[in-house]
Design a protein around this ligand. Structure first.
Ligand SMILES: O=C(O)C1=C[C@@H](OP(=O)(O)O)[C@@H](O)[C@H](O)C1
Ligand SMILES: C=C(OP(=O)(O)O)C(=O)O
Length: 451
Protein backbone atom coordinates (compact mmCIF):
# COMPACT_ATOMS: atom_id res chain seq x y z
CA UNK A 1 0.00 0.00 0.00
CA UNK A 2 1.30 3.49 -0.87
CA UNK A 3 2.45 5.70 2.02
CA UNK A 4 0.08 8.59 1.39
CA UNK A 5 -3.76 8.44 1.58
CA UNK A 6 -5.60 8.57 -1.73
CA UNK A 7 -8.75 10.71 -1.42
CA UNK A 8 -11.31 9.99 -4.15
CA UNK A 9 -14.49 11.72 -5.23
CA UNK A 10 -17.47 10.49 -7.26
CA UNK A 11 -19.99 12.73 -8.96
CA UNK A 12 -23.39 12.23 -10.51
CA UNK A 13 -23.21 10.03 -13.61
CA UNK A 14 -25.21 9.71 -16.78
CA UNK A 15 -26.39 6.22 -17.73
CA UNK A 16 -23.78 3.51 -17.12
CA UNK A 17 -23.47 1.30 -20.18
CA UNK A 18 -21.16 -1.61 -20.93
CA UNK A 19 -20.14 -5.20 -20.51
CA UNK A 20 -17.20 -6.24 -18.35
CA UNK A 21 -15.66 -8.79 -16.03
CA UNK A 22 -14.77 -7.81 -12.47
CA UNK A 23 -11.61 -9.37 -10.94
CA UNK A 24 -11.49 -12.90 -9.58
CA UNK A 25 -13.18 -14.11 -6.43
CA UNK A 26 -11.13 -13.31 -3.35
CA UNK A 27 -12.31 -16.32 -1.32
CA UNK A 28 -11.63 -18.78 -4.14
CA UNK A 29 -8.25 -17.16 -4.95
CA UNK A 30 -6.91 -17.51 -1.38
CA UNK A 31 -8.00 -21.15 -1.27
CA UNK A 32 -6.57 -22.00 -4.71
CA UNK A 33 -3.12 -20.75 -3.63
CA UNK A 34 -3.29 -22.60 -0.31
CA UNK A 35 -4.48 -25.95 -1.66
CA UNK A 36 -2.22 -25.64 -4.71
CA UNK A 37 0.66 -25.02 -2.30
CA UNK A 38 -0.18 -28.19 -0.36
CA UNK A 39 -0.84 -30.41 -3.37
CA UNK A 40 1.58 -32.75 -5.07
CA UNK A 41 2.33 -31.51 -8.58
CA UNK A 42 1.34 -28.39 -10.41
CA UNK A 43 -1.77 -26.22 -10.03
CA UNK A 44 -2.61 -23.64 -12.66
CA UNK A 45 -4.93 -20.82 -11.68
CA UNK A 46 -6.71 -18.69 -14.27
CA UNK A 47 -8.46 -15.52 -13.20
CA UNK A 48 -6.72 -15.27 -9.81
CA UNK A 49 -7.54 -12.02 -8.02
CA UNK A 50 -4.35 -9.98 -8.12
CA UNK A 51 -5.43 -7.88 -5.15
CA UNK A 52 -3.23 -7.15 -2.16
CA UNK A 53 -5.03 -9.63 0.13
CA UNK A 54 -4.40 -12.53 -2.23
CA UNK A 55 -0.83 -11.45 -3.04
CA UNK A 56 -0.12 -11.61 0.72
CA UNK A 57 -1.27 -15.24 0.68
CA UNK A 58 0.93 -15.94 -2.36
CA UNK A 59 3.93 -14.50 -0.48
CA UNK A 60 3.14 -16.51 2.64
CA UNK A 61 2.84 -19.78 0.70
CA UNK A 62 6.17 -19.00 -1.00
CA UNK A 63 7.74 -18.29 2.39
CA UNK A 64 6.60 -21.76 3.49
CA UNK A 65 8.16 -23.56 0.55
CA UNK A 66 5.63 -23.58 -2.31
CA UNK A 67 6.72 -22.30 -5.73
CA UNK A 68 4.26 -19.64 -6.85
CA UNK A 69 4.78 -17.99 -10.20
CA UNK A 70 2.85 -15.56 -12.38
CA UNK A 71 3.12 -16.45 -16.05
CA UNK A 72 3.09 -13.84 -18.81
CA UNK A 73 -0.51 -12.79 -19.49
CA UNK A 74 -2.13 -14.53 -22.44
CA UNK A 75 -5.54 -13.91 -23.99
CA UNK A 76 -7.42 -15.10 -20.89
CA UNK A 77 -5.36 -12.83 -18.61
CA UNK A 78 -2.58 -13.84 -16.24
CA UNK A 79 -2.14 -17.48 -15.27
CA UNK A 80 -0.57 -18.38 -11.94
CA UNK A 81 1.28 -21.62 -11.44
CA UNK A 82 1.81 -23.26 -8.05
CA UNK A 83 4.09 -26.22 -7.36
CA UNK A 84 3.03 -27.64 -4.02
CA UNK A 85 5.00 -29.18 -1.17
CA UNK A 86 2.51 -31.98 -0.34
CA UNK A 87 0.30 -32.17 2.77
CA UNK A 88 2.63 -32.01 5.79
CA UNK A 89 5.43 -30.41 3.77
CA UNK A 90 5.20 -26.72 4.76
CA UNK A 91 8.56 -25.24 5.77
CA UNK A 92 9.05 -22.81 8.63
CA UNK A 93 8.93 -19.24 7.27
CA UNK A 94 12.17 -17.33 7.88
CA UNK A 95 10.38 -14.04 8.52
CA UNK A 96 7.09 -12.66 9.83
CA UNK A 97 4.08 -13.36 7.59
CA UNK A 98 2.50 -9.97 6.91
CA UNK A 99 -1.09 -10.63 5.85
CA UNK A 100 -1.85 -6.95 5.21
CA UNK A 101 -5.60 -6.27 5.35
CA UNK A 102 -6.71 -9.90 4.89
CA UNK A 103 -8.75 -11.66 7.57
CA UNK A 104 -9.30 -14.65 5.29
CA UNK A 105 -5.60 -15.01 4.47
CA UNK A 106 -4.55 -14.75 8.13
CA UNK A 107 -7.15 -17.10 9.60
CA UNK A 108 -6.97 -19.81 6.93
CA UNK A 109 -3.17 -19.86 6.96
CA UNK A 110 -3.25 -20.22 10.75
CA UNK A 111 -5.28 -23.36 10.11
CA UNK A 112 -2.61 -24.75 7.79
CA UNK A 113 0.30 -23.89 10.09
CA UNK A 114 -1.48 -25.23 13.21
CA UNK A 115 -0.84 -28.86 12.26
CA UNK A 116 2.65 -28.50 10.77
CA UNK A 117 5.63 -28.79 13.15
CA UNK A 118 6.74 -25.21 12.43
CA UNK A 119 6.52 -21.80 14.06
CA UNK A 120 5.12 -18.80 12.20
CA UNK A 121 4.57 -15.21 13.28
CA UNK A 122 1.59 -13.41 11.75
CA UNK A 123 0.97 -9.70 11.52
CA UNK A 124 -1.11 -7.34 9.42
CA UNK A 125 -2.08 -3.72 8.87
CA UNK A 126 -3.77 -1.53 11.50
CA UNK A 127 -7.20 -2.91 10.53
CA UNK A 128 -6.21 -6.59 10.73
CA UNK A 129 -4.37 -6.03 14.03
CA UNK A 130 -7.69 -4.87 15.54
CA UNK A 131 -9.65 -7.96 14.44
CA UNK A 132 -10.45 -10.93 16.72
CA UNK A 133 -8.36 -14.06 16.24
CA UNK A 134 -9.60 -15.92 19.35
CA UNK A 135 -12.27 -17.48 17.15
CA UNK A 136 -9.58 -19.51 15.34
CA UNK A 137 -7.10 -19.78 18.21
CA UNK A 138 -9.70 -21.63 20.27
CA UNK A 139 -10.37 -24.54 17.86
CA UNK A 140 -6.80 -24.70 16.52
CA UNK A 141 -5.48 -25.08 20.09
CA UNK A 142 -7.51 -28.28 20.32
CA UNK A 143 -5.33 -29.82 17.59
CA UNK A 144 -2.33 -29.14 19.85
CA UNK A 145 -1.16 -25.81 18.38
CA UNK A 146 0.10 -23.09 20.74
CA UNK A 147 -0.40 -19.34 20.39
CA UNK A 148 1.18 -16.28 21.87
CA UNK A 149 -0.85 -13.24 20.87
CA UNK A 150 -1.54 -9.71 21.95
CA UNK A 151 -4.59 -8.59 23.90
CA UNK A 152 -6.54 -11.88 24.10
CA UNK A 153 -5.52 -13.01 20.63
CA UNK A 154 -4.82 -10.20 18.23
CA UNK A 155 -2.00 -9.87 15.72
CA UNK A 156 0.93 -9.88 15.83
CA UNK A 157 0.90 -13.40 17.16
CA UNK A 158 3.22 -16.39 17.15
CA UNK A 159 1.82 -19.80 16.30
CA UNK A 160 3.60 -23.02 17.23
CA UNK A 161 2.19 -25.83 15.09
CA UNK A 162 1.33 -29.16 16.74
CA UNK A 163 4.02 -31.84 16.39
CA UNK A 164 1.53 -34.68 16.84
CA UNK A 165 -1.86 -33.17 15.92
CA UNK A 166 -5.04 -34.72 17.26
CA UNK A 167 -8.27 -34.76 15.23
CA UNK A 168 -10.99 -32.48 16.48
CA UNK A 169 -14.78 -32.32 16.40
CA UNK A 170 -15.79 -28.67 16.43
CA UNK A 171 -19.15 -26.91 16.38
CA UNK A 172 -18.65 -23.47 14.87
CA UNK A 173 -20.10 -20.95 17.37
CA UNK A 174 -20.40 -17.98 14.97
CA UNK A 175 -21.49 -18.22 11.34
CA UNK A 176 -18.02 -17.85 9.82
CA UNK A 177 -16.59 -19.52 6.74
CA UNK A 178 -13.14 -18.45 7.91
CA UNK A 179 -13.43 -20.35 11.20
CA UNK A 180 -14.90 -23.41 9.47
CA UNK A 181 -12.15 -23.31 6.84
CA UNK A 182 -9.32 -22.85 9.36
CA UNK A 183 -10.47 -26.02 11.17
CA UNK A 184 -10.85 -28.04 7.95
CA UNK A 185 -7.43 -26.92 6.69
CA UNK A 186 -5.89 -27.90 10.04
CA UNK A 187 -7.55 -31.28 9.59
CA UNK A 188 -5.59 -31.86 6.38
CA UNK A 189 -2.34 -32.73 8.15
CA UNK A 190 -4.02 -34.52 11.06
CA UNK A 191 -4.44 -38.30 11.18
CA UNK A 192 -8.03 -39.53 11.50
CA UNK A 193 -11.24 -37.60 10.83
CA UNK A 194 -11.72 -33.92 11.57
CA UNK A 195 -15.38 -33.02 11.99
CA UNK A 196 -16.94 -29.57 11.74
CA UNK A 197 -20.54 -28.98 12.70
CA UNK A 198 -21.94 -25.90 11.08
CA UNK A 199 -25.34 -24.87 12.49
CA UNK A 200 -25.80 -22.07 9.93
CA UNK A 201 -24.33 -22.77 6.47
CA UNK A 202 -21.71 -20.31 5.17
CA UNK A 203 -19.80 -20.14 1.86
CA UNK A 204 -18.53 -23.62 1.00
CA UNK A 205 -15.57 -22.85 -1.30
CA UNK A 206 -13.16 -24.75 0.98
CA UNK A 207 -15.30 -27.88 0.90
CA UNK A 208 -15.77 -27.72 -2.86
CA UNK A 209 -12.10 -27.13 -3.53
CA UNK A 210 -10.92 -29.84 -1.12
CA UNK A 211 -13.02 -32.31 -3.12
CA UNK A 212 -11.70 -30.89 -6.38
CA UNK A 213 -8.08 -31.46 -5.25
CA UNK A 214 -8.88 -35.07 -4.23
CA UNK A 215 -9.59 -34.97 -0.48
CA UNK A 216 -12.40 -37.07 0.99
CA UNK A 217 -14.95 -34.83 2.68
CA UNK A 218 -18.48 -35.91 3.51
CA UNK A 219 -21.37 -33.59 4.16
CA UNK A 220 -24.44 -34.80 6.07
CA UNK A 221 -27.39 -32.92 7.57
CA UNK A 222 -27.03 -32.13 11.29
CA UNK A 223 -29.89 -32.92 13.68
CA UNK A 224 -30.65 -29.23 14.25
CA UNK A 225 -30.77 -28.22 10.59
CA UNK A 226 -27.11 -27.43 9.95
CA UNK A 227 -24.46 -29.61 8.30
CA UNK A 228 -21.79 -31.99 9.56
CA UNK A 229 -18.55 -31.98 7.56
CA UNK A 230 -16.13 -34.88 8.01
CA UNK A 231 -12.66 -34.65 6.46
CA UNK A 232 -10.35 -37.65 6.19
CA UNK A 233 -6.92 -36.48 7.28
CA UNK A 234 -3.61 -36.74 5.46
CA UNK A 235 -4.96 -37.13 1.93
CA UNK A 236 -2.72 -36.75 -1.07
CA UNK A 237 -3.93 -33.62 -2.80
CA UNK A 238 -3.24 -33.50 -6.51
CA UNK A 239 -2.43 -30.29 -8.39
CA UNK A 240 -5.42 -29.15 -10.44
CA UNK A 241 -6.55 -26.51 -12.97
CA UNK A 242 -8.60 -23.85 -11.21
CA UNK A 243 -10.70 -21.25 -13.03
CA UNK A 244 -11.56 -18.48 -10.55
CA UNK A 245 -15.02 -16.94 -11.12
CA UNK A 246 -15.48 -13.18 -11.13
CA UNK A 247 -16.14 -12.11 -7.54
CA UNK A 248 -19.86 -11.59 -6.81
CA UNK A 249 -18.87 -9.35 -3.89
CA UNK A 250 -16.98 -7.06 -6.32
CA UNK A 251 -19.68 -7.34 -9.01
CA UNK A 252 -22.05 -5.93 -6.38
CA UNK A 253 -20.60 -2.40 -6.82
CA UNK A 254 -21.09 -1.86 -10.58
CA UNK A 255 -24.33 -3.85 -10.29
CA UNK A 256 -25.89 -1.57 -7.67
CA UNK A 257 -24.51 1.48 -9.51
CA UNK A 258 -26.28 0.29 -12.68
CA UNK A 259 -29.54 -0.23 -10.77
CA UNK A 260 -29.41 3.28 -9.30
CA UNK A 261 -28.18 5.43 -12.21
CA UNK A 262 -31.11 6.14 -14.52
CA UNK A 263 -31.00 4.60 -17.99
CA UNK A 264 -28.14 2.18 -17.18
CA UNK A 265 -27.63 -1.25 -18.72
CA UNK A 266 -24.59 -3.26 -17.64
CA UNK A 267 -23.56 -6.89 -18.23
CA UNK A 268 -21.18 -8.48 -15.72
CA UNK A 269 -19.53 -11.58 -17.14
CA UNK A 270 -18.59 -14.86 -15.47
CA UNK A 271 -19.81 -13.92 -11.97
CA UNK A 272 -19.64 -16.62 -9.30
CA UNK A 273 -23.19 -17.68 -8.38
CA UNK A 274 -22.53 -20.08 -5.52
CA UNK A 275 -25.92 -20.07 -3.72
CA UNK A 276 -24.15 -19.33 -0.42
CA UNK A 277 -22.94 -16.03 -1.93
CA UNK A 278 -25.99 -14.69 -3.75
CA UNK A 279 -28.08 -13.22 -0.92
CA UNK A 280 -27.58 -9.69 -2.24
CA UNK A 281 -28.98 -10.54 -5.68
CA UNK A 282 -32.04 -12.20 -4.07
CA UNK A 283 -32.59 -9.18 -1.82
CA UNK A 284 -32.25 -6.69 -4.67
CA UNK A 285 -34.75 -8.67 -6.75
CA UNK A 286 -37.20 -8.51 -3.83
CA UNK A 287 -36.66 -4.74 -3.88
CA UNK A 288 -37.67 -4.67 -7.55
CA UNK A 289 -34.28 -4.92 -9.28
CA UNK A 290 -34.10 -6.12 -12.87
CA UNK A 291 -31.18 -8.59 -12.73
CA UNK A 292 -31.11 -11.44 -15.27
CA UNK A 293 -28.78 -14.44 -15.28
CA UNK A 294 -27.56 -15.31 -18.77
CA UNK A 295 -25.62 -18.40 -19.78
CA UNK A 296 -25.49 -20.22 -16.40
CA UNK A 297 -22.66 -22.79 -16.27
CA UNK A 298 -20.20 -24.52 -13.95
CA UNK A 299 -16.43 -23.83 -13.82
CA UNK A 300 -14.01 -25.82 -11.62
CA UNK A 301 -16.78 -26.89 -9.27
CA UNK A 302 -18.43 -23.45 -8.90
CA UNK A 303 -21.63 -22.18 -10.61
CA UNK A 304 -21.17 -19.00 -12.67
CA UNK A 305 -23.25 -16.87 -15.03
CA UNK A 306 -23.40 -13.48 -16.75
CA UNK A 307 -25.58 -10.88 -15.04
CA UNK A 308 -27.55 -8.38 -17.11
CA UNK A 309 -28.64 -5.43 -15.01
CA UNK A 310 -31.06 -2.62 -15.91
CA UNK A 311 -31.69 0.53 -13.89
CA UNK A 312 -34.71 -0.11 -11.65
CA UNK A 313 -36.93 1.62 -9.14
CA UNK A 314 -36.33 -0.05 -5.77
CA UNK A 315 -38.53 -0.32 -2.69
CA UNK A 316 -37.50 -1.05 0.91
CA UNK A 317 -37.64 -4.59 2.33
CA UNK A 318 -36.78 -6.49 5.52
CA UNK A 319 -33.68 -8.65 5.16
CA UNK A 320 -33.95 -11.53 7.67
CA UNK A 321 -30.95 -12.48 9.86
CA UNK A 322 -30.68 -15.97 8.37
CA UNK A 323 -29.72 -14.44 5.03
CA UNK A 324 -26.69 -12.66 6.50
CA UNK A 325 -24.04 -15.36 5.79
CA UNK A 326 -24.92 -15.41 2.08
CA UNK A 327 -24.40 -11.64 1.70
CA UNK A 328 -22.20 -10.75 4.63
CA UNK A 329 -19.82 -8.48 2.69
CA UNK A 330 -22.63 -6.89 0.69
CA UNK A 331 -24.49 -5.01 3.45
CA UNK A 332 -22.57 -1.76 2.89
CA UNK A 333 -23.57 -1.60 -0.79
CA UNK A 334 -27.10 -2.82 0.02
CA UNK A 335 -27.40 0.08 2.47
CA UNK A 336 -26.58 2.44 -0.43
CA UNK A 337 -29.31 0.84 -2.56
CA UNK A 338 -31.68 1.14 0.42
CA UNK A 339 -30.87 4.85 0.76
CA UNK A 340 -32.18 5.38 -2.80
CA UNK A 341 -35.18 3.04 -2.50
CA UNK A 342 -38.72 4.02 -1.58
CA UNK A 343 -39.51 3.26 2.08
CA UNK A 344 -37.76 1.51 4.94
CA UNK A 345 -35.16 -1.23 4.63
CA UNK A 346 -34.39 -3.23 7.76
CA UNK A 347 -31.22 -5.34 7.76
CA UNK A 348 -31.30 -7.72 10.73
CA UNK A 349 -28.68 -9.88 12.43
CA UNK A 350 -25.57 -7.88 11.53
CA UNK A 351 -23.38 -8.51 14.62
CA UNK A 352 -20.56 -9.93 12.45
CA UNK A 353 -20.32 -6.63 10.54
CA UNK A 354 -18.73 -5.10 13.62
CA UNK A 355 -15.58 -7.26 13.29
CA UNK A 356 -14.76 -6.76 9.61
CA UNK A 357 -12.06 -4.42 8.26
CA UNK A 358 -13.90 -1.74 10.25
CA UNK A 359 -17.13 -1.68 12.29
CA UNK A 360 -19.26 -1.62 9.14
CA UNK A 361 -22.52 -1.10 11.00
CA UNK A 362 -21.20 2.10 12.59
CA UNK A 363 -19.39 3.20 9.40
CA UNK A 364 -22.50 2.91 7.22
CA UNK A 365 -24.72 4.66 9.76
CA UNK A 366 -22.24 7.52 10.12
CA UNK A 367 -21.56 7.95 6.41
CA UNK A 368 -25.20 7.75 5.35
CA UNK A 369 -26.24 10.28 7.99
CA UNK A 370 -23.51 12.64 6.74
CA UNK A 371 -24.99 12.27 3.23
CA UNK A 372 -28.45 13.29 4.45
CA UNK A 373 -30.01 9.83 4.81
CA UNK A 374 -32.26 8.92 7.74
CA UNK A 375 -30.61 5.91 9.31
CA UNK A 376 -30.66 4.13 12.69
CA UNK A 377 -28.91 1.21 14.37
CA UNK A 378 -31.05 -0.76 16.83
CA UNK A 379 -29.02 -3.56 18.38
CA UNK A 380 -27.67 -5.52 15.41
CA UNK A 381 -30.24 -4.11 12.97
CA UNK A 382 -29.50 -1.35 10.47
CA UNK A 383 -32.55 0.65 9.40
CA UNK A 384 -32.38 2.92 6.37
CA UNK A 385 -35.26 5.21 5.34
CA UNK A 386 -35.31 5.83 1.62
CA UNK A 387 -37.35 8.59 0.02
CA UNK A 388 -37.41 7.02 -3.44
CA UNK A 389 -34.97 9.68 -4.62
CA UNK A 390 -31.17 9.79 -4.39
CA UNK A 391 -29.97 11.50 -1.20
CA UNK A 392 -28.17 14.82 -0.94
CA UNK A 393 -24.58 13.49 -0.62
CA UNK A 394 -21.97 16.19 -0.25
CA UNK A 395 -19.94 14.50 2.51
CA UNK A 396 -16.39 13.21 2.83
CA UNK A 397 -16.52 9.78 4.43
CA UNK A 398 -13.72 8.23 6.52
CA UNK A 399 -13.13 4.64 5.41
CA UNK A 400 -10.65 3.44 8.02
CA UNK A 401 -8.81 0.97 5.72
CA UNK A 402 -12.13 -0.63 4.70
CA UNK A 403 -12.36 -1.24 0.94
CA UNK A 404 -16.09 -2.02 0.95
CA UNK A 405 -17.02 1.14 2.83
CA UNK A 406 -14.94 3.14 0.35
CA UNK A 407 -16.47 1.60 -2.79
CA UNK A 408 -20.00 1.83 -1.36
CA UNK A 409 -19.84 5.58 -0.80
CA UNK A 410 -18.25 6.17 -4.20
CA UNK A 411 -21.27 4.41 -5.73
CA UNK A 412 -23.54 6.71 -3.73
CA UNK A 413 -21.69 9.69 -5.23
CA UNK A 414 -22.72 8.53 -8.72
CA UNK A 415 -26.39 9.27 -7.92
CA UNK A 416 -26.49 11.79 -5.06
CA UNK A 417 -27.26 15.46 -5.72
CA UNK A 418 -23.80 16.56 -4.47
CA UNK A 419 -20.58 14.56 -5.02
CA UNK A 420 -19.42 12.11 -2.32
CA UNK A 421 -15.74 11.79 -1.38
CA UNK A 422 -13.82 9.24 0.65
CA UNK A 423 -10.70 10.16 2.62
CA UNK A 424 -8.64 7.23 1.37
CA UNK A 425 -9.17 4.80 -1.50
CA UNK A 426 -5.96 2.79 -1.09
CA UNK A 427 -7.66 -0.19 0.55
CA UNK A 428 -9.78 -0.76 -2.58
CA UNK A 429 -6.78 -2.56 -4.10
CA UNK A 430 -7.08 -5.31 -1.48
CA UNK A 431 -10.12 -6.79 -3.22
CA UNK A 432 -10.88 -4.79 -6.39
CA UNK A 433 -7.77 -3.53 -8.18
CA UNK A 434 -8.81 -1.36 -11.12
CA UNK A 435 -12.15 -0.36 -9.56
CA UNK A 436 -11.89 3.31 -10.56
CA UNK A 437 -10.86 2.52 -14.16
CA UNK A 438 -13.55 -0.12 -14.57
CA UNK A 439 -16.28 2.18 -13.28
CA UNK A 440 -14.86 4.84 -15.60
CA UNK A 441 -15.23 2.47 -18.57
CA UNK A 442 -18.96 2.27 -17.77
CA UNK A 443 -19.21 6.07 -17.77
CA UNK A 444 -18.69 6.93 -14.09
CA UNK A 445 -16.50 9.85 -13.03
CA UNK A 446 -14.41 9.02 -9.97
CA UNK A 447 -11.37 11.23 -9.59
CA UNK A 448 -8.63 11.97 -7.11
CA UNK A 449 -9.84 14.53 -4.59
CA UNK A 450 -7.85 17.31 -2.95
CA UNK A 451 -6.09 16.06 0.23
O1 LIG B 1 -14.09 -17.42 4.02
C1 LIG B 1 -14.01 -16.38 3.34
O2 LIG B 1 -13.36 -16.33 2.27
C2 LIG B 1 -14.69 -15.16 3.82
C3 LIG B 1 -15.62 -15.27 4.83
C4 LIG B 1 -16.32 -14.11 5.42
O3 LIG B 1 -15.74 -13.82 6.67
P1 LIG B 1 -16.22 -14.53 8.04
O4 LIG B 1 -15.90 -15.95 7.99
O5 LIG B 1 -15.42 -13.83 9.11
O6 LIG B 1 -17.68 -14.25 8.12
C5 LIG B 1 -16.23 -12.88 4.54
O7 LIG B 1 -16.62 -11.74 5.26
C6 LIG B 1 -14.84 -12.67 3.98
O8 LIG B 1 -14.78 -11.57 3.13
C7 LIG B 1 -14.39 -13.87 3.19
C1 LIG C 1 -14.37 -9.11 5.36
C2 LIG C 1 -13.66 -9.15 4.24
O1 LIG C 1 -12.46 -9.78 4.06
P1 LIG C 1 -11.42 -10.39 5.08
O2 LIG C 1 -12.17 -10.92 6.29
O3 LIG C 1 -10.71 -11.47 4.33
O4 LIG C 1 -10.47 -9.28 5.47
C3 LIG C 1 -14.18 -8.49 3.01
O5 LIG C 1 -13.55 -8.66 1.97
O6 LIG C 1 -15.19 -7.78 3.05
Amino acid sequence: MADRPLPLRARRADALIGSLRVPGDKSVSHRALMLGGLAVGRTTITGLLEGEDVLATAHAMTAMGARVERLAPGEAGAVWQVDGVGVGGLAEPADVLDMGNAGTGARLLMGLVATHPITAIFTGDASLRRRPMARVIEPLSRFGATFLGRDGGRLPLALGGARAPLPVTYRVPVPSAQVKSAVLLAGLNTPGTTTVIEPIPTRDHTERMLGYFGATLTRTPAEDGGVVLALTGQPELTGAAVQVPADPSSAAFPLVAALLVEGSRVVLNGVGLNPLRTGLFDTLREMGADIRVLNPREEAGEPVGDLEVHASRLRGVTVPPERAPSMIDEYPILAIAAACAEGETRMEGLAELRVKESDRLAAMARGLAACGVRVAVEGDTLIVQGSGRPPQGGARVTVDLDHRIGMSFLVLGLVSAEPVAIDDGRAIDTSFPGFVALMGALGATITEDAP
